[in-house]
Design a protein around this ligand. Structure first.
Ligand SMILES: [Zn+2]
Length: 110
C-alpha cells in the first residue's frame, strides 16, 4: 500500500468505505425476500441511505436498492451490496482521507 495524499504527500491515509458500508447495509436490509414489492421497498430504503451522500447517492441508492432487493436474499444481498459499494468507493466517492491535512480524495482517477 503506497497511497499518498495528493495535497500534502503524507502517507497517513485512512480509508472511509462509505459506499461499502452504505451499500452493504442497504443490500442486507433490502434482501431477505424477492419480488417487485421488495424491490420497491429496497429502492426506498436505498434512497434513504443514499440521500446521506447527496443527490448522486440517492440515485445510486434507489437503483442499487431495487436491484439488490429484487435479485438477492439477505446474505447474498449483504455481500453483493458490499461488493457494489467497494466499486462505488473506488469510482465515485472520495474514499480516502489524509490524517495529516484531512484532505479527502479518490484513488481512482477519471
Ligand atoms: Zn494530506
Amino acid at each position: 500500500m503506497s497511497i499518498q495524499c495528493p495535497n500534502c504527500k503524507s502517507k497517513h491515509i485512512q480509508s472511509r468505505d462509505f459506499g461499502r458500508k452504505g451499500a452493504g447495509m442497504m443490500g442486507a436490509a433490502a434482501g431477505g425476500a424477492c419480488g417487485i414489492s421488495h424491490a420497491l421497498r429496497g429502492a426506498r430504503f436505498g434512497f434513504m441511505v443514499g440521500s446521506h451522500f447527496g443527490p448522486i447517492g440517492s440515485s445510486i441508492g434507489t437503483i442499487g436498492g431495487a436491484i439488490f432487493a429484487g435479485l438477492s436474499g439477505a446474505a447474498a444481498g449483504g455481500v453483493a451490496g458490499s461488493k457494489l459499494g467497494e466499486k462505488l468507493d473506488k469510482r465515485l466517492f472520495n474514499n480516502y482521507q489524509c490524517q495529516q491535512c484531512s484532505h479527502t480524495f479518490s484513488k481512482h482517477k477519471g
